[in-house]
Design a binder for this molecule. Structure first.
Ligand SMILES: Cc1ncc(COP(=O)(O)O)c(C=O)c1O
Length: 370
């Protein structure tokens, strides 16, 4: 076994294993929608299996889906890469947003090259780097609207800057100024920017701004997993410059040949007939509002979740101790510590996977315990 792989410790697994043992635990730790995939999407996939030949597709995905992804990106006020007139040639369908991100890391990052992640960030960026064998560092990006000097220092010498809006784990969204600042900085310093926008349709009264719109050397990551309640179908994508897409496709060919065809058919239906997104978004917004009310009642400090399905409050004690204790009481949350050096007293709460009743139940327990 390669030492690099043997040394990887999947620490968050401790939480889900413990939560599963606990009867009637409220599962704020699960990062996926409580909704099932919409019926019309499942039906389209089932019909597609019967009516179409189920061979491999092109490594970059079926043409209609690539075109639908161009339309989906067009829903944003602006998207990247800057100056690209997007067509299907700018799109590679991938096996999940994760497959898309991994193909970028593997194509771009040699073992001596570094990726920069925000503090806090979604844990798997680090895992993917460990598997790929590239260097990575983590630094808090912004002080208000401006990039921090320390962040600029790290970014200047890096090969790839990763930014995620709306953010997992904080639920924060980049302002227009922040998007411009980070996009322009990458452009001026000739660093590739990866903008992970897999939650772009789940926002609560805020406009989504893509930093990739300000940087030619950039890629945008998308996915049907969360926006369309399709985590298990494993369909995501990368949008980038044509030459870059060709190189990402080499990685994808070496890994999976193509994403599963039935899932691509399902994703096409989800993107073309997408009224379910707004229905689910409204439910998430109600849950977000309730969660914010209950966190305020507890006196917790947190940044207002503006998008995605997460909040990241500060609990003022070691995040691992807190989470392991609270599971015993029936509330499962994810410790912030693995998400960044400055986050060891924060916990991630996913309101996408719980009902309002469950949120109330969990906070009644927390109120009693704290
Ligand atoms: C920030 C972020 N990016 C990417 C992904 C990958 O999503 P998927 O591989 O399910 O498309 C996730 C999933 O949790 C995520 O939270």
């Amino acid at each position: 076994m390669r030492e690099r792989i043997e040394n990887i410790e999947l620490s968050i697994r401790k939480i889900s294993e413990k939560a599963r043992e606990q009867d009637k635990c409220v599962r704020f730790d699960i990062g996926q929608p409580s909704f099932d995939t919409p019926e019309h999407v499942k039906k389209a996939a089932a019909d597609g299996i019967v009516e179409q030949k189920q061979g491999y597709t092109s490594v970059t995905g079926i043409e209609k889906l690539r075109k639908a992804i161009v339309e989906e990106e067009g829903l944003k006020q602006k998207t990247g890469p800057k100056n690209a007139e997007l067509s299907k040639e700018n799109v590679m369908v991938a096996t999940g947003g994760m497959g898309a991100i991994y193909s970028v890391f593997a194509a771009m990052l040699d073992s001596n090259k570094e990726a920069v992640f925000n503090d806090p960030c979604w844990g798997p960026y680090k895992l993917m780097s460990e598997v790929n064998g590239n260097q990575w560092t983590q630094v808090e990006y912004f002080d208000g609207e401006e990039l921090r000097d320390e962040a600029k220092q790290e970014m200047k010498d890096a090969e790839l800057v990763v930014v995620n809006t709306p953010s997992n784990p904080t639920g924060r969204m980049l302002t227009e100024k922040q998007a411009k600042n980070i996009g322009k900085f990458c452009e001026e310093n000739d660093v590739m920017l990866l903008s992970d926008e897999v939650y772009h349709r789940l926002n609560y009264g805020k406009t989504h701004y893509s930093p990739a719109a300000y940087c030619e050397n950039s890629v945008v990551i998308g996915s049907v997993s969360k926006n369309h309640a399709m985590t298990g179908w494993r369909i995501g994508w990368v949008v980038g410059r044509e030459d870059d897409i060709e190189n990402f496709a080499k990685v994808a060919r070496g890994a999976t040949a193509c994403p599963p065809k039935p899932s691509q058919i399902a994703a096409l239906e989800a993107l073309e007939n997408d009224s379910h997104v707004e229905e689910m978004r409204q439910v998430y917004e109600e849950r977000r509002d309730l969660l914010v009310e209950r966190m305020n009642e507890l006196g917790w400090d947190f940044q207002m979740p503006e998008g995605a399905i997460y909040a990241f409050p500060e609990v003022k004690e070691d995040s691992w101790d807190f989470c392991l204790d609270m599971i015993e009481e029936g509330v499962a949350m994810v410790p912030g510590e693995p998400m960044g050096p400055e986050s060891d007293q924060n916990v991630r709460i996913c309101f996408g996977s719980t009902t309002k009743e469950e949120i109330n139940k969990a906070f009644d327990i927390l109120e009693e315990e704290l």
